[in-house]
Design a protein around this ligand. Sequence first.
Ligand code: HEC
Ligand code: HEC
Length: 325
Amino acid sequence: MLGATLTSVPAAEDALDRHKAQYRRPTTIPFPANAPYSPQMATLGKMLFFDPRLSGMQHMSCASCHNPSFGFEVPVPGAIGATNKPLPRKAPTVLNAAWLPVLFWDGRAPDLETQAQGPITADVEMDGKFPEIVARLKGIPEYKAWFGKLFPRDGVTQDNLLTAIATYERTVVSGWAPFDRWVEGDTNAISPAAQRGFALFDGKAGCSGCHTGWNFTDNKFHDIGIPTKDIGRAKFDPDDPKAKFAFKTPGLRNLTYRAPFGHAGQFADLDAILTFYETGGIDRPSRSALMQPLALSKAEHADLVEFLKSLTADKTETALPNLPN
Ligand code: HEC
Ligand code: HEC
């Protein structure tokens, strides 16, 4: 009898624990079999990620648009590339990219290696040419030595450079946030307001219909009804009527550093995007069935914002690499 009373948990608490469990952090990073992790490979990739010598004019690196200080993004609606004009889309974060099955807002790249090729050669981004970049890196003794050690067969090549960058990117993981400590059982790790916000997010507000799992994304494409001329996923999936204006659900970690929000940075802050969600977006054939006008009280709106803020890691420092001469 005593045992029965000790183990019985109130039903509501039990249900909450089940909901929380869906957001538990993984404990390992998935590395593909053909690009396994090594600290040396990740270090080489990090140098390359921060090295402007990968661009045509040697003035721009991946970090120019994916700056660790801003959650591996830049705080502007459209990042500025080699042509000095804002790009039509916002630079998404590199955080937790190891878990993304497809890359870019419209999912046009199948893996990080393929993805990294795009910005290096795009004239509106880094405007580089691989033969020139490879020759340049071969002329830098430290790079030559590193590539030689890690890729004994062929040293500095385009593919090896992309492998190293992708390996580094897979190590860029958002740190422990107050929300994670709450999920793991520290009941005071997030404020009562944030806890009410979680209940809304996972309940009445319907956010978890798309922002699922520990990184808060289903990695699928949805039209959420944002006014835009960009047809998004439809460019690659013209036969699916739901692909029009559909973009990949972004993860919601470290949002505090990553404003503005949305595929074109249309929303200045969390308040603005939540106000948009309350309208339900533009009612058009492609709009997701999950998008409907949402009636939130002022207090509920504030609670949801508090919850979103609790997904930002406590400590997010990135040491800059020393670049070889
Ligand atoms: C001029 C700014 C700029 C530079 C430089 C740049 N990027 Fe990006 N990056 C973007 C933009 C904008 C997008 C989104 C484009 C789209 O979805 O169509 C993007 C998308 C990405 C994504 C996809 C993330 C996701 O959630 O799908 C990754 C990963 C990435 N970039 C890594 C890199 C790497 C690695 C480099 C260096 C080799 C780099 N970027 C250089 C602006 C830039
Ligand atoms: C139908 C799927 C879906 C639902 C439901 C949904 N979202 Fe989103 N969310 C998306 C997509 C897709 C985007 C990117 C849209 C774009 O820019 O075109 C996005 C963008 C965001 C962003 C911006 C993130 C960034 O990196 O730019 C935030 C914050 C956000 N959603 C929070 C929420 C909240 C809070 C709710 C509930 C009120 C919610 N979402 C409901 C799919 C959804």
